[in-house]
Design a protein around this ligand. Structure first.
Ligand code: SAH
Ligand code: F3S
Length: 449
């Protein structure tokens, strides 16, 4: 049986899709790249903004027609919708798309084998939150086949930012036990993974229990522990909440060489008034001070962020505060979005919605500034030697693509045997979204200043 999984949205969905493939492998499913070849298709969906959710229904329409054609030819296709749209709109999917066989939320993946057994007997809907955390029953047995992998350590969120669906779709905050995380990281390293990105919607809220040595562990302590794993050369984590950045985690940026000098730290807005209305629990100056402390611990730390423009009630003055914050900090990379009202979240009901044309204008101005900062950061890398994890082939023959310590994509001409290794590259060009590199002449001892 052939399985195709199409993944939308965040890195956690990427991780979840891999786990679903692991759960289905013992039932005889092998992954294929093309939905048209598959016996079963899972859409792993994202609900964060309206556009993301809409994409799912148009893709479902296409797959519904494919299923019809198969039926005419005497064949079949199992269609499943997973992820956050499934969690939020399960019943609606079943009524809008009658050809869908299964709908299940992010907390039900470990129940897939039971659900599969029920497929022939009627349509399946599972959006329950589990009593036993799903991770206990999600195997990680397949070879990841890459040198960089994701590892979910924390899931869910209790922050309830007033624009965000995550606390509703992913549920309450949960941290995996230290021993489980350690075990999974060790296995990945044993299979050639050199870089791990620890994932969580609020990853720096991590507070796993260590059954052997007892007590509650924060993310800083977890990172120190993982840094002891042989072969694991790089550690990253995403996404963090500014108010949960504790002293120990900041110190880990100073003390742990494997922890990469790049941090994605969403701020959303530079206006205290808007931040309060978003229920963000930090002001703009709190963010500035936090960045100062992080840079004191790790002077070459590069910062990335997320922004929302046109949050209900946002004035021109509020928006200028956001631009001022961006100028003060200097980001290496950022994601920015127009506010998208999400059903069931408090901000969606505000009478103070900002006009779309105003959102467009603000988004353009913000992206111009962020784009210029990113290009400037990339250009300043030219001439430096950067250790680069080469983890995939490029589009052109003979081209490899890797990641710098600062998460920049680096393209280089090089032999295939460099794949999966960390090579020192000299940066020869800095572009808007990537760097070009060449093998460095004198790799030994080369470091980043
Ligand atoms: N901590 C989370 C962040 C959730 S969503 C994580 O796992 O990454 C990612 C980003 O989407 C947020 O930081 C925010 O900038 C944006 N976002 C969330 N809800 C949104 C909405 N309703 N409209 C526009 N952007 C939104
Ligand atoms: Fe969403 Fe805010 Fe949590 S952005 S994921 S509610 S920290």
């Amino acid at each position: 049986m052939k399985l195709h999984i199409k993944t939308y949205g965040c890195q956690m969905n990427v991780y979840d899709s891999e786990r679903m493939a692991d759960v289905l492998a013992p039932l005889g499913f092998v992954l294929v790249d093309d939905a048209d070849e598959a016996d079963m298709v899972i859409l792993n969906t994202c609900h964060i903004r309206e556009k993301a959710a809409e994409k799912v229904y148009s893709e479902l329409g296409r797959l519904g027609r494919l299923k019809e054609r198969r039926k005419d030819g005497g064949g079949g296709l199992i269609l499943a919708v997973a992820g956050c749209v499934a969690q939020a709109e399960g019943a609606e999917i079943l009524s809008r798309a009658p050809y869908v066989d299964m709908v299940f939320g992010p907390q039900a993946y470990h129940r897939l084998p039971e659900m599969m057994a029920r497929v022939g007997q009627g349509r399946v809907l599972d959006t329950e939150f589990p009593e036993v955390p799903k991770f206990d029953r999600l195997p990680r047995d397949r070879d990841p086949g890459t040198a960089a992998a994701f590892l979910t350590v924390q899931e869910g969120c209790d922050k309830f930012c007033t624009f965000c669906v995550v606390p509703y779709t992913r549920g309450a905050e949960y941290s995996r036990p230290v021993a489980d995380v350690h075990d999974e990281a060790r296995r990945l390293a044993g299979r050639g993974v050199r870089e791990i990105t620890l994932l969580g919607q609020n990853v720096n809220r991590y507070h796993g229990e260590a059954s052997v040595r007892g007590g509650d562990w924060g993310l800083g302590r977890l990172i120190r522990e993982l840094a002891g794993i042989e072969g694991l050369e790089r550690i990253r984590y995403t996404t963090s909440y500014p108010a949960d950045m504790d002293d120990d985690l900041i110190a880990a940026h100073r003390d742990v060489p494997q922890l990469m000098p790049y941090l994605h730290l969403p701020v959303q807005s530079g206006s205290d008034r808007v931040l309060a209305a978003m229920n963000r629990r930090h002001g703009a100056d709190d963010y500035r001070r936090l960045v100062d402390r992080l840079r004191a611990a790790r002077p070459d730390l590069a910062l990335a962020s997320d922004f929302i423009v046109g949050f209900p009630g946002e004035t021109d003055g509020d928006f200028r505060e956001t631009l001022r914050l961006v100028e003060d900090i200097g980001f290496c990379q950022a994601y920015s979005f127009k506010y998208s009202p999400r059903p069931g979240t408090p901000a969606a009901d505000s009478g103070d919605q900002v006009e779309d044309s105003v959102k467009d204008e603000r988004l353009r101005d913000l992206q111009d500034l962020l784009g210029a900062q990113q290009l400037d950061f990339n250009v300043r890398c030219v001439g430096r030697i950067m250790p680069t994890l080469l983890d995939r082939r490029g589009r052109r023959p003979g081209q490899l693509v890797g990641r710098s310590p600062y998460m920049q994509a680096i393209h280089v001409e090089g032999p295939d045997d460099l794949l999966g290794t960390i090579a020192d590259l000299e940066i020869i060009a800095g572009l808007n979204n990537s760097l070009a590199g060449a093998p460095a002449g004198e790799p030994a001892g080369a470091t980043l200043s």
